[in-house]
Design a binder for this molecule. Sequence first.
Ligand code: SAM
Length: 246
Amino acid sequence: SDHKLIYPPHPELMNWSSMYPHYVAEEGPADQAQTDAEVLPDRDSEVLKPKKLTQDVEVADIGCGFGGLLVALAPALPDKLILGLEIRVSVTQFVEDRIKALRAQNEEQKLYRNIAVLRANTMKFMPNFFTKGQLSKIFICFPDPHFKARKHKQRIVSTTLNSEYAYVLQPSGIVYTITDVPDLHEWMVGHFEAHPSFERVSEEEQEADPCVTIMRTETEEGKKVERNQGKKYVALYRRLEDPPHE
Ligand code: SAM
């Protein structure tokens, strides 16, 4: 349950360096001098100041499951840092091991260094990990349907959660959704269309986006639907600019 989840009080304190070790920024001489001077008197500030990365995480896969999308996106978006968020402990561990193995097997080609996984409950802690406007893409692939009406509040698309997605997305950033459950598709469409920060992306633009093909074919759940010859419903939403203040 959530009391065992570890999350930073705010994004500046999130330590990404162990997850993306190849993107850790080298400390400049000034930083180094300062650190040396501070070392003994103020150890706590060392602990509290995580090492910076050369770039920020920009793509999030919400409820990433076994990581199929991450693995496929890694070479497709080679200059982006991509993060899978997953609530189940064993599944998160599986994805972590999968990424570690892929990095080792592809050491020479330097592949899979730009993907990582984090155990998190995205219904609660998104703004703890990401600053306002940090993300350019959010993927919500085959989310748990929670069929019964009394369980709808557990769905990871809702008016409140859409406001959090809007907060962490940059203007013109995209939310990608896919499901095989028609009722859930309509639910997601309804909630995004009703939200003032989003507009639906046209079908033409949607079908021209290479990430859509990847999302349709590469997630574990998507493959299962494929095997059962199920239908997949896709919808994309663009984050609009906030209106100017009166
Ligand atoms: N996206 C993957 C795919 O398409 O194969 C997995 C789909 S699976 C049906 C839904 C996943 O979302 C599960 O792995 C589940 O543990 C995860 N999940 C559900 N609620 C979550 C939450 N609040 N935060 C993070 N992950 C969550």
